[in-house]
Design a protein. Sequence first.
Length: 237
Amino acid sequence: MADDRIITALDVHSLEDMKKLVETLGDSVSFYKVGMELFYSAGPDAVRYLKDQGKHVFLDLKVHDIPNTVGQSIRALTRLGADLMTLHGTGGRAMMEAAAEAVRDEAAKLNIERPRLLAVTVLTSIDEDAWKEIGGKYSIAESVKNLAKLAKEAGIDGTVSSPYEAKEIREMNGPDFLIVTPGIRPTFAVANDQKRFTTPSQALRDGASHLVIGRPITKAADPKEAAEKILAEIQGV
Ligand SMILES: O=C(O)c1cc(=O)[nH]c(=O)n1[C@@H]1O[C@H](COP(=O)(O)O)[C@@H](O)[C@H]1O
């Protein structure tokens, strides 16, 4: 049976491919991520289809702009009824505050459950060399911690970070803060472009509330079997 802590990333570029995967995975997955590839190809129908199937939806569009634009965009996205949505923490305090206010206000107007907002910190494909190259002054760990603190202060519900930073964020931001970690690789999978990654059970032990897993499931020869192996690994963690 599915586990809401596992979010499967539907990184495909058509509604048909998405539906095929969702059918294949059946009741082994209850939470899906719609990211840029699928949303830019299929639009809001992708979210609607998943909600109609009774699935939870993480709408990962990583919004990043000036506060007014972000607030209005988050307002529009709130109407789609996703459970989780992302914005970039590096957009700063005022941008995150605008988003936090917009999502609360719009959900109250529509009388719907409020989507939870997550601030993306430092992408899991970035290592220390790549971080320095783009001007990172502090270590990745310090920078992620700083963004997680700022996000909480701005009224954001959680962060997207690598599993490496989960423990410190959990200690700092408390038990209710959402810590969503991509960069998850079961022992049977290859790393691809991920640089800061660990296994599903280790990420949960370190304090992650949800794990985002894409290719280890979706590109597996048997996606349902891969999902079930992951579910077995995290049982009891
Ligand atoms: O926001 C995300 O979901 C995200 C943030 C991050 O730092 N790293 C990261 O890999 N992701 C997403 O998580 C998913 C990981 O996919 P796989 O590497 O195939 O498991 C992709 O959809 C990425 O867009």
